[in-house]
Design a protein around this ligand. Structure first.
Ligand code: AMP
Length: 504
């Protein structure tokens, strides 16, 4: 089945319900949203796109994001949403690797991306104006039939090998992700509101699917991103408003309430996840913002969630080991099985630590055009998450660490290897190792240990990074050292670097 049927059915049942708003203004009702998608599908076909093709979206959140995605699906085309904060070179790699035939791009990034793609021999059209979404003279198309395992969304994560990997998500995963949300996070009714302060290219975008299924209202903030006060103002205006927030966003929400002294209104659920949430922050958030929090733990490879800590449990201090549970990531969402295993893939005894693995309909089909990485991640039907944790006797999962190198700064994933590779392209850099340092504001910040061939400054390295990688991935601090600590095999000992950094 084609996922676009969800939109078509909602438009048939609730044509006049608001579907997409910018700030307080409704731009599309469900009739208009579905018509726009159906016309866009015709436009796509006229460009020569066929079912199974891919198109990329490289833009900040805008109300057009949704008709572009749903119109592509209507035509049987898969979407490749790309984090708008990535460097043009990084985005160009994803466009080329996914074989995207058109790139829909924010106006601010268009020229640079087009130039990088052209230099790389890829002449794919890069469009930043979408008049066809509103062109009533285009005849609507019928929905293209699709199979349950045909790609719908290629979700590019950063890879520890330095190259991003495209998680291949089809209707199968997206259907069970929605059902998981509706059964384990919260049920929805027509008119419930999803705010979109988090990038739609990532987990925050997947969050909108159950709202289309259930005739909810998708509200894009006018800022196109996250502004804590704006979120509160929009929640107060729309009411029954939910949104996804990385732990650093929750911290900013708390700070606004502290500053203004005003308890927010109109909130349903703030789903936090994507990185570790400190217990002290959660307790403060519950006290100052109210009983509106649910936690999700997931990854692109098993979207949006593997485990859930629902509102009802977060708000029930009478349950056993309440604070321990608050510090956990909850229990397996209804649609998957979770286990904690040792290096041989055997379940460890309850309470013991091991790697978290998950299986079920929400687990990805595999990585796009990367069978080696797929075979390394999915073994005997289980997805190995690379996260380390332990299960208690009631099935609550506590995350102890992540795959050991991943840095999560401000809710964004940064793989040290990518930063290391960028720094190593500087001729004066001999060796480099990158780690995360815990930081109260960002969760973690990036620290680079550098061995140089000749004396150089941090400013030079920072300028170099600006030409290679996204701004948010740049190291915040550089430490120049004579040599890096290594084991007998010549592998850099990152634990030793973390200890050195903590002591300094
Ligand atoms: P991504 O694929 O970009 O969504 O990143 C997924 C990774 O983020 C997971 O493998 C975890 O390491 C981390 N993560 C996601 N949710 C949580 C959470 N609720 N608590 C702690 N870490 C999390």
């Amino acid at each position: 089945m084609n996922i676009a049927l969800w939109l078509q059915r909602t438009a048939q049942q609730y044509p006049d319900r608001p579907a997409i708003a910018l700030g307080r203004e409704v731009l599309w009702n469900y009739r208009g949203f579905a018509e726009s998608a159906a016309r866009f599908a015709t436009w796509m076909r006229a460009q020569g796109l066929a079912p199974g093709d891919r198109v990329a979206l490289f833009m900040y959140n805008t109300p057009d994001y949704l008709p572009l995605m749903w119109g592509a699906w209507w035509a049987g085309v898969a979407v490749v949403p790309i984090n708008a904060k990535l460097h043009a070179k990084e985005a160009a790699f994803i466009c080329s690797h996914s074989g995207s035939k058109i790139v829909f791009c924010g106006a601010e990034a268009r020229d640079e991306l087009e130039a990088v793609l052209r230099d790389g021999g890829n002449a794919v059209p890069v469009l930043s104006s979408f008049a066809f979404l509103r062109d009533a003279s285009i005849a609507p198309s019928a929905i293209e039939p699709r199979g349950d395992t045909d790609p719908v969304w290629l979700f590019y994560t950063s890879g520890t090998t330095g190259r991003p990997k495209g998680v291949n998500l089809s209707l199968r995963q997206l259907r069970w992700t929605c059902m998981g949300y509706l059964s384990s996070v919260q049920a929805l009714a027509p008119g419930d509101v999803a705010l979109h302060p988090a990038p739609m290219s990532h987990g925050g975008g997947l969050f909108h699917l159950p709202y289309v299924m259930q005739a909810g209202i998708n509200v894009v903030p006018e800022s196109g991103g996250f502004d804590a006060q704006e979120c509160f103002d929009l929640a107060a205006h729309w009411t029954e408003a939910s949104f996804f927030a990385a732990p650093t966003m929750v911290r900013r929400l708390i700070d606004v309430v502290k500053k203004t002294g005003q308890r927010p209104t109109g909130l349903a659920t703030i789903c936090y996840g994507g990185g570790p949430m400190y217990l002290a922050d959660l307790e403060e958030a519950l006290e100052l913002i109210g009983p509106h929090f649910a936690q999700i733990y997931g990854q692109g490879e098993c979207p949006m969630m593997i485990t859930v800590m629902p509102r009802a449990l977060i708000n029930d201090p009478t349950q056993p080991r309440y604070r321990e549970r608050l510090a956990s990531v909850g229990f397996a969402q209804s649609m998957v099985e979770v286990a904690v295993v040792d290096a041989q893939g055997k379940d460890v005894p309850t309470g013991e630590t091991g790697e978290i693995r998950v299986r079920g309909e929400a687990v990805m089909n595999g990585y796009w055009d990367n069978p080696e990485a797929t075979a390394a991640s999915i073994v005997d039907g289980w997805l190995y998450t690379g996260d380390v944790g332990r299960l208690d006797e009631d099935g609550f999962l506590t995350l102890l660490d992540r795959s050991k190198d991943l840095i999560i700064s401000g809710g964004s994933n940064i793989y040290p290897r990518e930063v290391e590779e960028a720094l190593l392209t500087h001729e004066s850099v001999a060796e480099v190792a990158v780690i995360g340092r815990p930081d109260p504001e960002w969760g973690e910040v990036v620290i680079a240990f550098v061995v140089t061939r000749q004396p150089m400054t941090a400013a030079e390295l920072d300028a170099h990074c600006l030409t290679e990688i996204a701004r948010f991935k740049r190291p915040k601090h550089y430490r120049f050292v004579d040599e890096l600590p290594k084991n007998n095999y010549g592998k850099v000992l990152k634990t030793a670097l973390r200890e050195m950094d903590a002591k300094s």
